[in-house]
Design a protein around this ligand. Structure first.
Ligand SMILES: Nc1ncnc2c1ncn2[C@@H]1O[C@H](COP(=O)(O)OP(=O)(O)OP(=O)(O)O)[C@@H](O)[C@H]1O
Ligand SMILES: O=c1ccn([C@@H]2O[C@H](COP(=O)(O)O)[C@@H](O)[C@H]2O)c(=O)[nH]1
Length: 236
């Protein structure tokens, strides 16, 4: 029995690389889609935002002398590529998927229109929100918070490279310990970097909880959707 009727799933772009150095690893995206299919079979309405870190990050472009806003638009276009690949893989797995872009590129994907997205979700289609918020200087975590709030998702599920929120970045500090729950205020007060502060603030203000869990752990998404003890719950 699922604990939620509608979720906003934020998938790590970087995790799409699998063991490759760049881009989209086929086996990895197929495995992610199998997990998504499993939760749709539970009757959960699924909306997705996918990152772009496997292809391009605006901050990286900015740091080598590119105009930051231009670099950010490149990052947003990277998320469109990931969204298309994800939707294609979902269709091949028998799901019905729709990609909606925050940036107008109508020959490629339809634009984001909130009522249409809500209609698709009610129809049981998986909706992938591409191009982040459509604005530079933001991230796909913030897009996940924004779209999650707009569509009335009950929770944002951040599937990422670590299995929860830690006292410090576990990839840098081996002594870091994992929280099972933490409030938005504490996570922001301690400047925990697992999600950016804009995304945390938006979720806090909209009373939209966030669950951070590992994208690599088989069955973790299903367990989270069923309300199981997995990852870290960030709450108001
Ligand atoms: N306190 C913390 N707890 C957990 N992870 C942390 C913490 N501080 C920093 N991190 C880092 O945050 C990363 C997850 O956020 P990040 O935005 O890099 O990934 P993502 O959103 O999954 O990827 P993408 O942006 O490509 O979609 C983790 O891999 C971890 O190294
Ligand atoms: O609303 C948004 C979302 C994303 N960007 C740019 O895209 C890249 C990739 O997104 P990640 O969240 O880092 O995976 C990001 O670094 C930004 O450059 C954006 O500008 N606005």
């Amino acid at each position: 029995m699922p604990a939620y009727k509608r979720i906003l799933l934020k998938l790590s772009g970087e995790a799409l690389m699998g063991d490759d150095a760049f881009g989209i690893n086929r086996a990895t995206i197929v495995r992610m889609v199998e997990e998504i299919a499993e939760v749709t079979r539970l009757g959960v309405q699924v909306a997705i935002v996918i990152g772009g870190g496997n292809i391009f990050r605006g901050v990286a472009g900015g740091s080598v002398g590119m105009d930051r806003a231009t670099a950010d638009y490149m990052g947003m276009l990277a998320t469109v590529m990931n969204s298309l690949a994800l939707a294609d893989t979902m269709e091949k797995a028998g799901l019905v998927a729709r990609v909606m872009s925050a940036i107008a590129i109508e020959q490629v994907v339809e634009p984001y229109v909130r009522p249409k997205a809500l209609q698709y979700l009610e129809e049981g289609k998986v909706v992938v929100f591409a191009a982040g918020t459509g604005n530079p200087f933001f991230t796909t975590d913030t897009a996940a918070a924004l779209r999650g709030a707009e569509i009335g998702a009950e929770i944002v599920l951040k599937a990422t490279k670590v299995d929860g929120v830690y006292t410090a970045d576990p990839n840098k500090d081996p002594k870091a310990t994992r929280y099972s729950t933490i409030s938005f205020d504490e996570a922001m007060g301690k400047n925990l970097q697992v999600m950016d502060a804009t995304a945390f603030a938006l979720c806090r203000d909209q009373k939209l909880p966030v669950k951070v869990f590992s994208i690599f752990k088989p069955g973790a998404l299903r367990k989270v959707v069923q309300g199981g003890d997995e990852g870290t719950l960030v709450h108001v």
